[in-house]
Structures are given as C-alpha cells and as structure tokens.
Design a protein around this ligand. Structure first.
Ligand code: UTP
Length: 409
C-alpha cells in the first residue's frame, strides 16, 4: 500500500493519527506501518462504535449436568482402556493456547516461562509438559503437541523450549504456530500506537486457534497422520491434565462431538462460565449472564443445577471443527492495560485498564457443536489457574495447590 492510499483510508475511519510520525520514519519503518494499515480489520472499529460486541444474547438455557467424579471412578478402567487405545493409535493431538499476553500477571515474557517454583526452577510450561509426560509414559506413545503463540511471543517461546531441551518432551512431536493479531483501541475509539512505526496489535483471542492451525498446514498434517480428535487447553493452569486417557475415553465413549472438563462451583456466585444447554445445544453461560434464580436453582438432592464451571480444557472432533471453520465467531470487546504512545510520543505502560482489545473465544466454539460431554474433574487436583500475581487465581493460590498435590517447589 502506498502512503496516499493509506492516508485516505485512515482519514475515512477517523484514524489520521496513525500516520502522525510517518515523515520521521526510515524507509523500513514506513513500509512496516503501511503494511500494518493495509492489514487492519476496520470492521472491528464499527463494533466499537455500536458499543457492543457481536455476542448474541442467550437463547433458552437449561442445565446440562456432567459425567460426575463418582461415576467416572466407577467406570475408570473402561474409560482408560478406550482412551489408551485412541492415544496409542495416534487418534489425538493436543493444542496448547499460549498466545495470550497475560496482562493481569504483569509479567512481560510469555506466561509459560514464568517460574512458579520457589526454591527451584519450575516453569509453567514445565508443569504442563510434565503432566503430558505422565500420559506418554502411561500409554507408551507420544502425543503430538501444537503450541499456539503470537507475533509478540513466538520467538521467545521457541527459544525457551530449546534452551530447556523441551523439558524432556520429544522435539519431533512439538510444533509452534502463530495466531492472528487485532488492533487495540483507547476508550475514545482511536487505535493505539506502540511505536512511531507500529500500531498496537494484540493477539485476537484464543477462539481463532483452529483457523491459525489450518493456515499453518497442521490440520492437514494431523489428518494425514490419522488424528481424529484435538484437545485444546490453557497455558495458565499449572495442574492442567492434558489428554489423560480417562477423559479421552469418556468423550469418545459418549458419542458427543466435543467434551469439556468442568469443576464443581466453589459457591453459587463463583465467577466462572458454566457448561449448559442453550436452545438444545451445548453452550457456556457466563456468570454475569445468569439470573439470580438460575444461580440458585437446585435439584431434589439439593445440588446446584448450573453447577459445573469450565476450565479451558476441551476436546473436539476434527471433522466437526472443519465443518464450523468458516462460521463467524462472536467478537468480544475486552478492557485491558495496553502499552501505547502518549501525545508526546513517549511509551506508556499503564497500571490500570486504558482501552479495548477484540477477541474471539474458544468457549464460543462449544455452541457450534451439536453435543458435548461435560466431564467433572476434582478442582484441587486439576485446576490451579495463574491469572494474577496475588489474590484469586494467582501465583500464590497455584503454589499452594501444587504443594497440596505433592509437587516440590
Ligand atoms: P486469558 O483469557 O487468561 O488471557 O487466556 P491472557 O491474555 O492470557 O491474560 P490476561 O487476560 O491478559 O491477563 C486464557 C488462555 O488463552 C490463551 C492464553 O495464553 C491462555 O492460555 N490466549 C488468550 C491465547 O492463546 N490467545 C489470545 O489471544 C488470548
């Protein structure tokens, strides 16, 4: 794109400031900026103008229940045998979502490289790999692992894995791919700049993972290798159990198109997304979308009916993912702390939220499936998210839970 064309484009959208420093830039910087402008998704700004995301309001909601821990224990041997066979036959692959920026943690490197150990080195990535290694040892087969990064953290993530010899994982079974980026905007709707030659672009949410995986050519690779199921999970849960045979087996046995691990709510008002049915299809209802009545609804035994919160650990049938690949996902407008240039051109790293990012979310893929196996896991054993440094879902709480599970820190 040439300067004049870019100028007209930014003017049309009221974003002239993007070219404010153009005259000061070297040739390379000029080209970079024009390229970024050419690739911007202007439709996102229209969303902001109408002040609402494309999240549709929820349809008719009903509880979904779950395959509960007691029943899983009773049928564990069977589920494990089904899962083990699928793992040994190479029917599963795992996708680790590590493209986020972890702004709440306030750590400026990839979140997986954060050391959760106290007296020894124990990194978040290491915890996840060690848990996956348990499966590899148990079934005696490697699980292909695809790690999603972003433009912002790809190189650092790869370098970290190489530096640590993949924490013992077989490098031939690890692949990295990058997700797409979207512009960040201030509260006034102006796109933020993070350098004189660069627009503030941030990863476009974890919902675009399948499209990015396809673009990288890895879906074809998986299918050629006979993969039928993909598990997908968050980087920040240090107790995350990935591709464990019982879960894989239970989801396959259920005949559902996808599965999701869930934990029993700690209390009715816990701020988690709950797996339920919406207009007869699986769906995740956020805590703020539930009415007071729904929150407290109980069955005849006194159990909450909307009781099972998701922990970002899902499993999808690959053919169903391909079938929904072209569908538009809702875009969520999320408030975040976004580094940006101020009027004087100085880089500011804000301590409080200062604008919006646009994100598609993996949880919205669940509603595009016809059926979902909701699979209960024990919270203290499988759910220790690291979102913040202290307080709820923090480094402190995750450390306490790791200790409880016998992990040396
Ligand atoms: P979060 O929703 O916690 O977002 O991600 P985040 O960006 O990591 O952290 P905050 O909100 O800025 O503090 C949940 C999971 O989804 C991944 C994250 O890496 C994490 O595993 N994710 C999130 C992506 O892979 N890409 C994204 O664009 C966003």
């Amino acid at each position: 794109m040439q300067y004049q064309e870019a100028l007209e484009l930014v003017r049309r959208h009221g974003q002239e400031h993007l070219l404010q420093y153009y005259g000061e830039l070297e040739e390379e910087g000029k080209k970079k900026l024009l390229d970024q402008i050419a690739r911007l998704d202007w439709g996102l700004l229209d969303l902001l103008k109408s002040r609402k995301s494309t999240e549709a309001s929820k349809g008719h909601l009903e509880p979904l229940g779950a395959l509960e821990v007691d029943e899983i224990e009773r049928r564990r041997d069977y589920f494990e045998s089904v899962g083990t066979k699928a793992l040994q036959d190479g029917k599963t692959a795992a996708v680790l979502l590590a493209g986020g920026q972890g702004t709440r943690l306030g750590f400026d490197k990839p979140k997986g490289t954060f050391c959760i150990g106290v007296n020894r080195e124990l990194y978040i990535f290491q915890c996840l790999i060690q848990n996956l290694m348990d499966v590899v040892r148990k079934v005696n087969a490697w699980v292909p692992l695809y790690i999603m990064t972003s433009e912002k953290n790809n190189e650092e993530t790869i370098a970290f894995f190489e530096e640590h010899a993949y924490f013992g994982y077989h490098p031939d079974f690890v692949r990295f791919f990058k997700q797409e980026m979207a512009p960040s905007v201030g509260y006034d709707g102006k796109i933020l700049m993070e350098g004189k030659d660069s627009i503030s672009l941030s990863p476009n949410g974890n919902g675009g993972w399948f499209g990015s995986l396809q673009k990288a050519g890895y879906v074809e690779q998986m299918k050629e290798a006979g993969v039928e199921w993909i598990t997908v999970f968050a980087v920040d849960n240090v107790l995350q159990r990935i591709n464990d045979p019982a879960f894989i087996g239970a989801v396959i046995d259920s005949g559902a198109e996808c599965g999701g691990k869930v934990v029993r709510k700690a209390d009715p008002n816990e701020r988690v997304g709950v797996l339920c049915l919406e207009d007869g299809r699986p769906s995740i209802v956020e805590y703020y979308e539930m009415t007071e009545d729904m929150i407290h609804l109980r069955d005849e035994k006194g159990n909450l009916l909307y009781n099972f919160g998701v922990i970002l650990n899902y499993m999808f049938r690959i053919d169903r993912l391909e079938a929904i690949a072209g569908k538009t996902m809702p875009i969520h407008i999320v408030e975040k702390k976004i580094p940006h240039l101020d009027e004087s051109g100085a880089l500011i790293k804000p301590k409080t939220e200062n604008g919006y990012k646009f994100e598609a979310l993996v949880l919205d893929m669940i509603h595009l499936m016809n059926s979902c196996c909701s699979y209960e896991v024990v919270r203290e054993r499988e759910f220790a998210p690291v979102k913040n440094l202290h307080g709820v879902d923090s480094v402190d709480t995750a450390r306490a839970l790791l200790l409880k599970n016998g992990v040396e820190l």
